[in-house]
Design a protein around this ligand. Structure first.
Ligand code: GRF
Length: 236
């Protein structure tokens, strides 16, 4: 991490928080370019809050229902982020669309993970829809957040095969394993400034051997658990 101070990252969740947990675990390494300084859930009993507390990360529930409208809810989130001096926001299973005003404050500094190869399958039930469409390749995407749902310039993607006997559960599991590898890599690209939002594109710089080219692809169809990390080290 080149001796630079670690970027202060907050994670916004609504539920289980497994991606938040992998980000936090990756941040524990001495060479990490970022630290997770806090976790906010918009649901009072989000399971991820317990994972965060167990990892000694400050965790706050700011339930939407405790606020009269979206603007006051987002103002509370914003105040919490400011109090933690957050530099980057990572959405990880945060199930509420943020307002253009909120998003505008974090342009180029807020990323999201979505369980499909965007721009395919925005929204919910991505794995079922990929199966129904007969996709042979599926995956996940980390992108900068814009005011549109599951939109925004792509930082990195991981692809996994769709196998002939897959069902929603097996495909969900395979994509989630890819998400857990992709998100720490993508956040590292953003935290180190090697992936930056320039206009409505992502510009890459000095990727070296650790970030590939921002696109992480699975090996040939057939493997159940793609070795994304070794592929991420591959620089053509
Ligand atoms: C993940 O599949 C993520 O891509 C999507 O919501 C799910 C959240 O899972 N946006 P978790 O809370 O990180 O376990």
């Amino acid at each position: 991490m080149n001796g630079l101070p670690k970027k202060r990252v907050a994670v916004l969740i609504s539920g289980r928080g497994s991606n938040m947990k992998t980000l936090a675990e990756a941040a524990g390494g001495a060479r990490s370019s970022y630290e997770i300084v806090g976790v906010i859930a918009d649901v009072a009993d989000a399971a991820g809050l317990n994972h965060a507390a167990a990892l000694d990360i400050e965790a706050r529930a700011l339930p939407r229902k405790d606020y009269s409208d979206k603007a006051t809810h987002e103002a509370a989130i914003d105040a919490q982020l400011k109090s933690w001096n957050v530099e980057i926001v990572a959405l990880a299973g945060y199930m509420r669309l943020l307002s253009p005003e909120f998003v505008g404050k974090w342009t180029g500094r807020m990323i999201n993970i979505h369980p499909s190869l965007l721009p395919l399958f925005k929204g919910l039930d991505t794995h079922k829809r990929a199966l129904d469409a007969g996709m042979r390749v599926h995956g996940c995407t980390v992108h900068f957040v814009t005011a549109e749902m599951d939109d925004g310039p792509i930082v990195a993607q991981a692809a996994v095969p769709v196998l002939p006997d897959d069902n929603e559960e097996s495909l969900t599991r395979r994509v989630l394993a890819a998400e857990h590898q992709l998100y720490p890599l993508a956040l590292d690209l953003v935290a180190t400034g090697r992936a930056q939002l320039v206009g409505n594109r992502v510009a890459y710089d000095n990727l070296g051997t650790s970030g590939g080219r921002g696109i992480v692809l699975s090996p040939a169809v057939g493997g159940d658990e793609p070795d994304l990390e070794s592929l991420a080290r591959f620089t053509p």
